[in-house]
Ligand binder design. Structure first.
Ligand code: PLP
Length: 471
């Protein structure tokens, strides 16, 4: 399998070549040349597989430069009941007739990013050892991504993580999760400033090409194809649990920010998994809902990006969206460049409203969308607790709200649960007046010793710290 860039000006590459890369050199995102097709007989054979074997079957359709036995071992080591809490890995729970929650957040950091990041950690370690190389991951986080990356890379050979976060601005639980890690290869850097300062530092360091090469700086951001691929697996696993046979369609609703999660659903659907509808759920930051309603994609300025109670969906633009639009415009790189380079570059938006391609988003690709507000989230958390004795987090609440607006009788609706309520306790307390339960392994973590350094919002200071800790 070869990978091409959405912008059409990069060499075709194989999986392990793009594994450690971010954007393609032409600024585009990597996608497989074709989507492997899965027929009913294959679905039948996969239906009864344990999760790690299902992951191997799907991954091996996209990865032909890792020997099968090695890839199988990597999947087996990644998706264990010990790490993800249950044998099913992503158990489905029926809320009411035909509406399900698929639990994706029982991994080490209690959010769905573990599903992909844990695999990425093992793939990185494998590939770096094979090349005799090292990688220093530099990132910026306001919570979920940073902790998922650290828990995935801790103790991994050949990898160091330098994770910047805005000093004092993460929730105490999130700070404790990250800063309590004592592994020598994990470096927490609290920046005196806000999240944007952290992102600017990462950009400045990455733009210093000499430094970047010398210190082998890489990232684990959500545009990484391996992360997206890992997420395709749980759409299949959810489908099998929601159906008794392979001729029944299922719909999914996905709490969305950077469009990585739902884009994996799109890939699963393109492979032939019988998905009827993919519902993109947003909060007040509704760039994506606006697009699917109107055909206008309008990137927001930082000042127009709201801080909400589902913060992991607070985005101004959706970094994986270009992958879907590439398929939407018939995989025409010239048209894609027109939209993402010319139009977005000039005006910060593009418009497909009158384009026949836009109709296909719903008709051919099955996309719908929904939007919710803080009040909606509170209402959904209360309602779900009251009627089904089930506690959900604010992101999952965004999903459930959008899902209820898109139900089709007879078609199961699977809502992806993207975080556990304990991660966003303040909003749950606001809704219900009580603290969500905390898994045993996280009891008292706020009191553990913290491993973190404070640095000013200055790229030079961060570079000096990295240089100092690289041998
Ligand atoms: C990252 C995240 C999302 C958004 O996922 P995308 O892949 O960026 O669309 C939703 N909910 C939670 C809890 C997250 O951590």
């Amino acid at each position: 399998m070869n990978y091409l860039s959405t912008r059409g000006h990069a060499d075709r590459k194989r999986f392990c070549e793009i594994l450690l890369e971010g954007l393609a050199p032409d600024g585009g995102l990597y996608l497989p040349e074709t989507y492997p097709q899965v027929d009913t007989a294959t679905l039948a054979a996969w239906r009864t597989l344990p999760y790690n074997e299902l992951a191997f079957e799907i991954l091996s359709l996209y990865i032909d430069d890792i020997p099968a036995a090695d890839l199988k071992a990597i999947c087996a080591k990644t998706y264990t009941a010990e790490v993800f809490g249950t044998d099913e890995i992503v158990p489905l729970r029926e809320l009411e007739d035909g509406v399900y929650l698929e639990a994706l957040s029982n991994g080490p950091t209690l959010a769905f990013k573990d599903m992909a990041m844990q695999l990425l950690g093992n793939l990185f370690e494998y590939e770096l050892a094979r090349r005799g190389a090292e990688l220093n991951i530099l990132g910026a986080t306001s919570g979920d991504t940073g902790s998922a990356a650290e828990y995935a890379m801790r103790g991994k050979k050949g990898v160091r993580v330098f994770m910047t976060s805005p000093d004092g601005r993460m929730s105490p639980f999130q700070q404790a999760q990250m800063f309590s890690l004592q592994d020598a290869n994990i470096h927490n850097i609290a920046i005196t400033g806000v999240f944007d300062d952290c992102q600017d530092i990462v950009k400045a360091v990455s733009n210093d090409l000499g430094f970047k090469r010398k210190y082998r700086i890489g990232t684990v951001n959500s545009i990484n194809w391996a992360r997206l691929l890992a997420q395709v697996v749980y759409y299949f696993a959810g489908y099998f649990q929601a159906t008794a046979s392979n001729d029944k369609p299922v719909s999914f609703t996905v709490p969305s920010g950077n469009f990585g999660n739902v884009c994996a659903g799109h890939v699963a659907r393109m492979m032939g998994l019988p998905i009827q509808t993919l519902v993109v759920a947003t909060n007040e930051n509704d760039v994506l809902d606006e697009f699917f309603r109107t055909g206008v994609y309008r990137v927001r300025a930082a000042v127009d990006t709201h801080e909400t109670s589902s913060p992991s969906m607070d985005i101004s633009k959706a970094s994986n969206f270009e992958r879907f639009v590439f398929d939407l415009v018939g995989r025409d790189p010239a048209k894609l460049r027109q939209l993402f380079v010319d139009d977005l570059g000039l005006t910060g938006s593009f418009e497909l409203s009158a384009d026949p391609a836009f109709k296909q988003a719903a008709e051919r690709f099955g996309f719908r969308s929904g939007r919710s507000t803080h009040a909606d989230r509170l209402a959904m958390i209360r309602d779900t607790e009251k009627r089904f004795a089930t506690l959900i987090d604010p992101h999952t609440a965004d999903g459930l709200k959008a899902a209820r607006e898109q139900l089709t009788p007879g078609v199961p609706m699977v809502v992806l649960e993207t975080a556990l309520p304990i991660k966003f306790a303040a909003t749950v307390v606001e809704a219900l007046g009580e603290e969500p339960a905390r898994p045993k392994k996280f009891e008292g973590i706020e009191a553990l010793p913290k491993r973190v350094v404070q640095l000013p919002a200055d790229a030079e200071a961060v570079k000096a710290y990295i240089a100092q800790h690289c041998d």
